[in-house]
Design a binder for this molecule. Structure first.
Ligand code: MOS
Length: 764
């Protein structure tokens, strides 16, 4: 059979996803660490304060930085009086655009594989103000308190220029077509508007989502030191190599002269990359000749680290009377600043979730004079899925159909827009298992029908999706010692998700070792490879690099075996790792330990390094993570307060490498989705373009009392085309959750809130 797009469906996948070498995971009898709920290796050290974060490095001669920031959104600085600040107690240096060293502009992310700047502006090089909150002076002092005080004494005079600081004004100025990560931002299949008009049943609504900040528990910080012409930055970043390369470009030095460490992060979510603060700290450190610690306040983070931009989305779906989709239209705009020109790609979920006869999808941008926006957990997906999955629920009501059955009826048999074959998609199984576990059959489909005293009770559901990502360039170095220990080095990151633990399991299985024999080194720009902790890709990207380096290791070891080994005469594709050594794939009794091989060769260690193969699976196949999300809510008819009382995520993300850390990732995403649904909003003052929220007291992330027990199940069906069979799990939890809660609120109250967050006043 061939698909509607004329392509042959994908055949049975090979056991080995990456190349001709048989996957050592198929060697029988080896220990299986993948799939074990191994506790976090660094857990004890972390909770007992023995791990150092970026702002906890100290140098004897170190000074502390504080920032003075613009109070207008756009214009020029006509005068900057730093006399009083310079005379304040403890002040070592005041740096402004007038005395800052000459720097090259930020290399914008995506302009080079290694570029990591989240805007493309010159950093404190001229008198221009681009957003309200832009740093205009850096004060260095002997203590943080002295620096903070002196920064308040900087006096600026401005020549303001007209600025666009409200969504309505930006849209009125006209929106522009946008690309999505350099690819097309529009897709059409057939005539969707005509199909919508002709459809038996349809919905056509507008959904709005606000400005969000990642609000990681660890605010952004860096400890910076120059050692001659070498720049050392202890940072909190999801991209150590990108940051090092970009800082080198900015300061006009070689990449090797910048050394970034970021072993542990207190959360990232897309917000931890190269912003102005690291550049300013490094420039001021160079001027002052002393190490600098810069630790942003929460107010600083909200005003000078990019956030997820606001969106306004139209979703229209036309269906036949029996619920088959004739048309899906998903269009609209998101806010951006001219310094980054980045669309919030909210059509991503609509490209992959349902089949339809016609499609019209498109993302535009509306320009505001605001801080450069950026990616935040499930960019596009979190807010686009909210709009799409609410619209599906609205359509189910109009059709008088169960919303799960409506979704299953429109399950695609290939990637909906381009016909790429599905790799492993078991969303229907996730729906069925989730519905049974959650007790979906006990839901009363009539809105407002279930009451418990003042509380209205409802259930809702939504699909969760996130694209599979594996960027090119990941590399790994394996150092295998004669005593059977292996050190594996990758420039990867642990934002709190358990990278080191999961990779230790992957490496132990791959090399046939016990986890205690494995040391995984990461979080340092001097380690091999180009890896970003973004797009939920690290497990796959690093796993693919480890597999490639392991193949190189097999070849090197076979060169060392010589005569008289059980392995003599075997080729690299005929052996795998097993029980601390190598074994023939077709006869595991032909085995020799690493120690014996190295002993006989008179070697203390062998080193193998390789780059992961190009991520062809991403472009040739339809690969996504999926989930079926279920929420139960209680809404107070007196106050409008929404309490989420039960939540279930039924996930389909390929093989789960570590159920303990994976569950934590899913729960974290779901909790963030709860904030998206009910409480989170950065408020941009439309008069001044200033972010009003200045602390977590007025940017409301969920706290323990807001979070119910979150139940999780997963299909655990390995994806034959993903390294280790594992697709991404880090971001998907925030998708589906917002819509499941909004749909549950509708079921409880009969009120359809299309404008996030669902705060009490909208329900009264
Ligand atoms: Mo994420 S927004 O890819 O860190």
């Amino acid at each position: 059979t061939t698909s509607a797009h004329g392509r042959a469906p994908v055949g049975p996948a090979p056991e080995n996803w990456a190349g001709p070498t048989p996957d050592p995971l198929t060697v029988p009898g080896r220990a299986r660490r993948i799939g074990e709920p191994m506790p976090r290796l660094e857990g004890l050290a972390k909770v007992t304060g023995r791990i150092r974060f970026a702002a906890e490095y100290a140098y004897p001669d170190m000074v502390y930085a504080a920032l003075a920031c613009s109070t207008i959104p756009k214009g020029r600085i006509t005068a900057l009086d730093v006399t009083e600040a310079g005379r304040a107690p403890g002040v070592v240096l005041v740096m402004t655009h007038e005395n800052a060293p000459r720097l090259n502009p930020m290399p914008g992310f995506g302009t080079d594989p290694k570029a990591g700047g989240f805007d493309q502006l010159p950093v404190m090089q001229d008198d221009r103000v681009h957003w309200n909150g832009q740093p205009i002076a850096v004060v260095l002092a002997e203590t943080q308190e002295q620096a903070d005080h002196a920064a308040t004494l900087v006096r600026a005079t401005y020549a303001p220029e007209p600025a666009v600081t409200s969504w309505d004004r930006a849209v009125a100025n006209g929106t522009a077509h946008a690309s999505i990560y350099g690819g097309p931002g529009r897709h059409e299949l057939g005539d969707a508007e005509a199909a919508l008009r002709a459809a038996a049943v349809s919905v056509d609504e507008v959904y709005r989502t606000p400005y969000h900040n990642h609000a990681a528990i660890e605010p952004h910080a860096a400890t910076v030191r120059w050692d001659g012409d070498e720049l050392i930055v202890h940072d909190t970043t999801q991209m150590v190599v990108h940051s090092a390369w970009s800082l080198a470009k900015i300061f006009g030095i070689a990449e090797e002269q910048v050394h970034i460490t970021a072993p542990y992060l207190g959360g990232g979510f897309g917000g931890k990359g190269l912003w102005w603060y690291q550049v300013l700290a490094a420039a001021a450190s160079r001027l002052a000749g002393r190490p600098v610690r810069i630790a942003l306040t929460r107010e600083n983070v909200f005003r000078m680290v990019g956030s997820r931009a606001m969106t306004e989305q139209r979703v229209a779906i036309g269906a036949t009377a029996d619920g088959r989709f004739e048309a899906i239209i998903h269009t609209g705009a998101s806010a951006t600043s001219r310094s980054v020109d980045l669309a919030e790609p909210f059509i991503l979920p609509t490209q992959c979730t349902y089949a339809a006869r016609t499609f019209k999808l498109g993302v535009e941008v509306a320009y505001l004079d605001m801080m450069a926006n950026t990616s935040m957990r499930a960019p596009g997906g979190a807010v686009g899925n909210f709009a799409l999955e609410c619209a599906i629920d609205e359509l189910a009501v109009k059709l008088g159909m169960d919303p799960i059955e409506l979704r299953i009826r429109n399950e695609p048999r290939e990637e909906p827009l381009d016909g790429r074959p599905l790799s492993a998609r078991n969303l229907v199984q996730a729906w069925r298992a989730g519905a049974e576990r959650f007790g979906w059959d006990r839901r009363n489909p009539t809105p407002g029908a279930v009451r418990d005293g003042e509380w209205l009770v409802g259930m809702g559901c939504a699909a969760a999706t996130h694209p599979y990502v594996r960027s090119p360039g990941a590399a790994a170095r394996i150092i295998l010692h004669r005593d059977g220990r292996a050190e594996v080095e990758v420039a990867a990151h642990d934002m709190g998700m358990g990278t080191a633990t999961a990779q230790t399991q992957v490496i132990a299985d791959r090399l046939g070792l016990e986890p205690h024999q494995v040391t995984f080194r990461f979080g340092d720009s001097r380690l091999p490879g180009l890896v970003m902790a973004g797009g939920s890709q690290q497990t796959a990207a690093v796993g693919a690099a480890v597999a490639a380096a392991h193949r190189e290791l097999l070849a090197r070891l076979l060169k060392l075996v010589g005569d008289g080994s059980p392995l003599t005469g075997l080729e690299p594709d005929q052996v795998g790792s097993l029980d601390g050594g190598l074994a023939a794939l077709d006869d595991p009794s032909r085995h020799e330990s690493y120690s014996d091989i190295l002993d006989r060769a008179g070697r203390d260690l062998v080193v193998a390094e390789a780059v992961a193969p190009p991520p062809e699976e991403m472009t040739t196949l339809s690969m996504h993570s999926f989930g079926a999300m279920f929420a139960e809510v209680r809404v107070s008819s007196v106050t409008g307060e929404v309490r989420v009382t039960r939540f279930l995520g039924s996930m389909d993300c390929g093989r789960i490498v570590n159920p303990r850390t994976a569950a934590s990732q899913f729960r974290g995403g779901i909790i963030m989705g709860l904030g998206l649904a009910l409480t989170e909003e950065l408020v941009l003052d439309p008069r001044t373009g200033r972010v009003v929220n200045a602390s977590l007291a007025d940017y409301h992330i969920p706290v323990h009392l807001d979070v119910p027990e979150i139940d999780l199940i997963w299909t655990d069906i390995p994806d034959p085309h993903a390294p280790m069979g594992a697709r991404g799990i880090g971001e998907i939890g925030i998708t589906g959750t917002g819509a499941a809660i909004a749909n549950a609120v509708y079921n409880a109250t009969g009120k359809r809130i299309r404008d996030l967050p669902i705060t009490p006043e909208k329900l009264l």
